[in-house]
Design a protein around this ligand. Sequence first.
Ligand code: GTP
Ligand code: MG
Length: 204
Amino acid sequence: LGNWHFKSSTQQTPRFAQPGEDGREDWNILELKLLADVGLVGFPNAGKSTLLSVVSAAKPEIADYAFTTLVPNLGIVSYRDNRSFVMADIPGIIEGASQGRGLGIRFLRHIERNSTLLFMVPADTNRTIKEEYDILLNELNEYNPELMHKPRILAITKADMLDHELQEEMEREVPKDVPHIFISAVAQKGITELKDLLWKEINR
Ligand SMILES: Nc1nc2c(ncn2[C@@H]2O[C@H](COP(=O)(O)OP(=O)(O)OP(=O)(O)O)[C@@H](O)[C@H]2O)c(=O)[nH]1
Ligand SMILES: [Mg+2]
């Protein structure tokens, strides 16, 4: 305590203070991890930022090239009866991300603190939905197996590009062990149902 601390009406200028002690010097590296209720997981161009821009007031950059999103974006999604939840749009993940390919694990860590993961596979993928979902799942598992315990939902995005027949065909090849939904952020299809699904998982 310095001399200021010992000041009183009768000791207006105390000339004493407690002796100082040795300090400690440290270097610390702090890691920021975003905290959100829902984390978007998908390849580049899956439509993650577009979805965030449709369900929240966030204004992420959107474009038809890979790695448009370079830093995570958060948005608040309003839900029925004045409730809301937080959604995190993170940069796209590619095969090998857990080994550092693409933007790699720098952003996978942001998924660790999201309570529910929304996997997004575009309807126009040149793989099958299941193949692409499995690659994403594998990258997350390689990065941190604990991520496998988080509730997951699979959204097949850009469903406006599918006609009824194509969608039925895809419906048959969608992985069965995860709840799925066809959505189109552009045509606002399946968005309310998606929010219902997410809300249910978040509050499970
Ligand atoms: N037809 C159609 N196109 C869409 C839809 N959603 C997104 N797109 C288009 O897909 C492209 C990629 O969209 P983004 O939202 O930037 O994709 P992203 O997943 O955020 O991509 P990265 O940030 O690179 O990881 C853009 O050209 C969008 O206009 C959709 O529902 N329907
Ligand atoms: Mg993006």
